[in-house]
Design a binder for this molecule. Sequence first.
Ligand code: G4P
Ligand code: NA
Ligand code: NA
Length: 194
Amino acid sequence: MRLLQQKILQEGKVLSDSVLKVDSFLNHQVDPILMKEIGKEFANRFKEVPVTKILTIESSGIAPSVMAGLYMDVPVIFARKRKSLTLTENLLTSSVYSFTKNESNEISVSNNFLQENDHVLIIDDFLANGEAAQGLINIVKQAGANVSGIGIVIEKAFQDGGEKLRLQGYKVESLARIQSLANKQVTFIREREE
Ligand code: G4P
Ligand code: NA
Ligand code: NA
């Protein structure tokens, strides 16, 4: 997605060979105009598969997911990372391992919002090693629902999450695919038609 690539080049900061900071439009401050275009793009890329719900994870997955939900006319659920005061019953939970923090965290979703007949589009801001996506897939499976696909805003293609998910047969659509962050530079994978 050209607009997103331009934004990354203009405002992204390469912190190391593996970490890209995009605080000015995605992870801290949010650019609603860009999010709107991202939502439209997800709706377009998944228009041929059935989707009844979008599932993401707090906090940075929420903005792009809500915009996609608006265009696709489906509700958006976000998995919680912390225990909630009111979210205490009928929880579907999954453990998500963080490589950067070297620890596992529980994520949870109420089973009130996921049914067996749901077709779920999973959306997240970043795809690195794919642990968060695997946790969300696990939750969809616990509900007996179906995964329609996985939509990612920024995929770090030099890490293996995307490959693992595609090998499992999932339709993974990433709006920006980064080949390398070496030498403080963002290099994208060439897309077929952009
Ligand atoms: P890992 O797979 O690379 O080990 O990442 P980890 O699970 O530890 O992810 C930790 C957080 O960092 C996640 O967000 C993830 O989306 C994000 N992340 C991973 N790689 C990058 C990157 O290159 N740049 C940025 N900006 N974020 C990255 P989170 O903690 O769930 O935060 P949030 O969703 O509340 O913002
Ligand atoms: Na994040
Ligand atoms: Na995230």
